[in-house]
Design a protein around this ligand. Structure first.
Ligand code: AHM
Ligand code: MG
Length: 336
C-alpha cells in the first residue's frame, strides 16, 4: 500500500516552480484557502456538539435564511484571505456587495469569489456540504481591483476549486493545469495529494436532478429526462438516479463517476437557482479541465459574461458523451 505524502502546500509550491515568472501570490492565496477549508470542515464536524447548526434568524443578500455556520465560514475565509494581502477584493454569497481590503492599495493581482458553505440547508441532516471558490486576475494593475474584475468570462479564471465536508474532507482544485484532488489526513492535519490529473469518465450511468420540479419543466426537458431513464435511449441503457441536494457533493460524484447533473431553469425560475460567479463558473472550469463540459443549455458556462456578482444561471454538467447528447438537444454548438 502506498501512503500519499505530498501535502497541498508542497504540491502548490511544486506547481509554482514550473512557472519561473510566478511571484508566489497565487500560491499563497491557494494555501490560505486550503487552511480556511480545514477550519470550516472542523466547524461543520463539531456543529452538533457546539449547537451552531441552527438558523440565525437573518437573511442573506439573496433573501435566504442564513445558518450560523454560513456566517462563520464566511468570516473565516474573509479573515484568512484578508491577512494574506494578496487579493484586491472579494465577493461572497453571504455579502451584498464587493468587499475591498487593504490589499487593493497594494496593487494585488487577484480577486476571489466564494460560496463559503454550499448546501447549508442540509447541515442538520449530516449531509455533505462544501466551499466553492473562483480566482480572477485584476485586469488593470494600476487602477486596482474593482467590481468589473468579477464580471469576466469563465475562460479567464486563474484558479478554482471546492471542498467537500463529508465522511472525509476533500479539496479539489485547478490552476489551469489539470484537476488535482486532496484528502484531509486528520492524523497530521494536512491535505495530502490523493488524485493527480483527475478526468471525468467520458460516459457514465448516473443522472442527477431534482425531479420535484418536473411539473415546472418544459416538455423538451421532460422528454430528455425520460430518455435518460429509458433503455431505448442512444446509450442503450437506463441511467440510475442520484440527487444529494448539495451542489458540491453532486458535482464531486459527477466528476469522479461521470454521468450528468442538471439544475435547469423552470417556469417559476427560468434563470435557474445556482449562482454563476461562485458556483457555476468554478465548477464549469474544473469540469472543462477534467474533459467534461458545463452549459446553461444553449451556452457553455465558460462563455457567459456575468452582469451581476450574484447572478443566477441554469447549470448542466457532465462527461463528454452526456454533454454532447444534451447539447445536441438544447444547443447548436458542441462543447469546446
Ligand atoms: P446554497 O446552499 O449555497 O444556497 O446552494 C444552493 C443549493 C445547492 O447546493 C444545491 O445544488 C441546490 O441548492 C439544491 O436546490 P434544490 O433544493 O432546489 O434542488
Ligand atoms: Mg451554494
Amino acid at each position: 500500500m502506498s501512503i500519499p505524502t505530498e501535502t497541498l502546500s508542497r504540491f502548490i509550491l511544486r506547481s509554482e516552480a514550473e512557472h519561473p515568472e510566478a511571484t508566489g501570490e497565487l500560491s499563497d492565496l491557494l494555501t490560505s484557502i486550503g487552511v480556511g477549508v480545514k477550519m470550516i470542515g472542523h466547524l461543520v464536524a463539531s456543529a452538533g456538539f457546539s449547537g451552531v447548526h441552527g438558523y440565525t434568524g437573518r437573511k442573506n443578500v439573496q433573501g435566504e435564511q442564513t445558518h450560523q455556520l454560513d456566517e462563520d465560514a464566511d468570516e473565516i475565509l474573509v479573515d484568512l484571505l484578508g491577512s494574506s494581502g494578496h487579493f484586491g477584493s472579494l465577493v461572497s454569497e453571504e455579502r451584498d456587495g464587493v468587499l475591498e481590503t487593504e490589499a487593493v492599495r497594494n496593487g494585488a493581482k487577484y480577486v476571489v469569489a466564494f460560496d463559503p458553505l454550499d448546501g447549508s440547508s442540509n447541515i442538520g441532516s449530516n449531509i455533505p456540504v462544501g466551499t466553492i471558490f473562483t480566482i480572477f486576475r485584476v485586469r488593470d494593475d494600476e487602477r486596482g481591483a474593482t467590481q468589473e474584475d468579477f464580471l469576466q468570462q469563465g475562460r479567464e479564471v486563474v484558479a478554482a476549486g471546492y471542498s467537500v465536508y463529508g465522511a472525509k474532507t476533500s479539496f479539489v482544485y485547478s490552476a489551469g493545469n489539470g484537476v488535482h484532488g486532496f484528502t484531509l489526513d486528520r492524523t497530521i492535519g494536512e491535505f495530502v495529494l490523493t488524485e493527480e490529473s483527475m478526468k471525468m469518465p467520458k460516459r457514465g450511468s448516473i443522472y442527477s436532478v431534482n425531479e420535484g420540479y418536473w411539473e415546472k419543466w418544459s416538455e423538451k426537458l421532460q422528454a430528455f429526462i425520460s430518455s435518460l431513464r429509458s433503455q431505448a435511449n442512444r446509450m442503450g441503457y437506463a441511467y440510475t438516479g442520484r440527487y444529494v441536494g448539495s451542489l458540491v457533493a453532486d458535482f464531486d460524484r459527477t466528476l469522479r463517476k461521470g454521468g450528468i447533473f442538471l439544475h435547469p431553469g423552470n417556469v417559476e425560475r427560468p434563470g435557474g437557482k445556482l449562482r454563476l460567479l461562485y458556483e457555476c463558473i468554478p465548477l464549469a472550469f474544473i469540469a472543462q479541465q477534467a474533459d467534461g463540459c458545463a452549459s446553461d443549455g444553449p451556452t457553455e458556462i465558460l462563455d457567459i459574461l456575468p452582469n451581476d456578482i450574484h447572478e443566477r444561471c441554469p447549470f448542466i454538467v457532465g462527461g463528454e458523451e452526456e454533454s454532447q447528447w444534451f447539447r445536441e438537444e438544447f444547443s447548436d454548438c458542441p462543447c469546446r
